[in-house]
Design a protein around this ligand. Structure first.
Ligand code: MTE
Length: 320
């Protein structure tokens, strides 16, 4: 029987990591069987020490990119142990545990649709397609937590140019890998898989839109979207789709996972906007992982100078 949770983000999801970890410690201190039942988790899970992330390797030939916020990167351990990757479970700590044996090699990315030169790329081909840059981006989740990450990749634009979009191409659709055998937790989340996302063509071609292969000098850990993901720093984190296997140029607006699940709460654009609250919580402030005090959220996550012109004349309350 399928145990379907509502696909909405709950207040538990906005719990700061420090408090969240305190809760786990508290549960450990309680009678374990009762605590496990209360936490909805297994005894083994409660007793297990924090496990290491899956193996990553150093990426060579990485050059410093132009986009680098002056802010200090969030500690690696936070970025790799507080994740949203619903294919591997609902809980923020699930992906680090459950994605460890995820097979990311061999990997093929198919680029197709309204393009003159559709093509399937191996990961090696992708890694050689353009110089790998390190870009330090702010990354703001819709659940009001944020991180600063030194990502490695190049503008999605470089890949798009190679396949030559036709004049009919107006949007770009993205699809994640999905294998229920490797991702048995996915069916309990209430989301439909494979996870899908979409951008308008001009958004996808914006230099800030990063096709990402690594972080902190190394390949992406599985829980952060290995081997290839998007990073869109001016949009809420859920637009930054992980473990991509298909990119399709389309003439009409493609469906997106969170919009399919809850259209009243998650729009197609999902640009970071402190002036437009989520129906169930404010978007005015955010908590940087590892920090206690909240900070003000900035329009387009601080990237307004670069991207605001993409949306000129649009009502951003309607197009949330
Ligand atoms: N991509 C896939 N395939 N599945 C997901 O569940 N979650 C999204 C996004 N990409 C998600 C995904 C959400 S909600 C967020 S906030 C970011 O990934 C989190 O990225 P991070 O774990 O690297 O911080």
């Amino acid at each position: 029987m399928l145990l379907r949770h509502k696909p909405e983000l709950t207040s538990a999801d906005v719990t700061p990591k420090s408090i969240y970890l305190q809760r786990r410690t508290l549960l450990r201190g309680m009678g374990l069987a009762g605590a496990a039942a209360l936490a909805g988790t297994s005894l083994l899970d409660l007793l297990a020490p924090a496990r290491a992330a899956a193996a990553t390797t150093k990426l060579s030939g990485v050059i410093p990119g132009a986009f680098r916020t002056g802010e200090p990167p969030t500690p690696y351990n936070d970025v790799t142990h507080y994740n949203n990757f619903y294919e591997f479970g609902l809980d923020k700590t699930d992906p680090a545990k459950n994605a460890q044996n995820f097979r990311t090699s061999p990997w093929l990315l198919s680029v197709e649709g309204e393009v003159r030169k559709p093509r399937k790329f191996s990961l090696d081909e992708l890694l050689k397609l353009a110089p790998l840059e390190e870009r330090i981006y702010r990354h703001r989740c819709v659940e009001a937590w944020s991180i600063v990450v030194p990502w490695i990749g190049y503008s999605l634009q470089a890949l798009a140019k190679l396949v030559e979009p036709t004049p009919q191409a107006r949007f770009v659709a993205f699809q994640s890998f999905y294998d229920p055998a490797q991702m048995p937790q996915a069916k309990y989340t209430g989301l439909e898989f494979p996870y899908v996302e979409g951008l308008r063509l001009d958004e996808a071609l914006h230099p800030l839109a990063l096709l990402c292969f690594g972080m902190y000098g190394e390949t992406l850990p599985n829980q952060d979207g290995a081997p290839v993901r998007l990073v869109l720093p001016w949009k809420y984190g859920f637009k930054s789709i992980k473990s991509i296997v298909k990119i399709r140029f389309t003439s009409s607006q493609p469906p997106t996972s969170w919009n399919l699940a809850k259209p009243s709460e998650y729009g197609f654009y999902s640009n970071v906007n402190p002036a437009v609250d989520h129906p169930r919580w404010s978007q005015a402030k955010e908590r940087r992982l590892g920090e206690f005090f909240k900070r003000a959220t900035r329009p387009f996550n601080g990237y307004a100078e670069q991207v605001a012109s993409l949306y000129s004349g649009m009502d951003l309350r309607k197009n949330f």
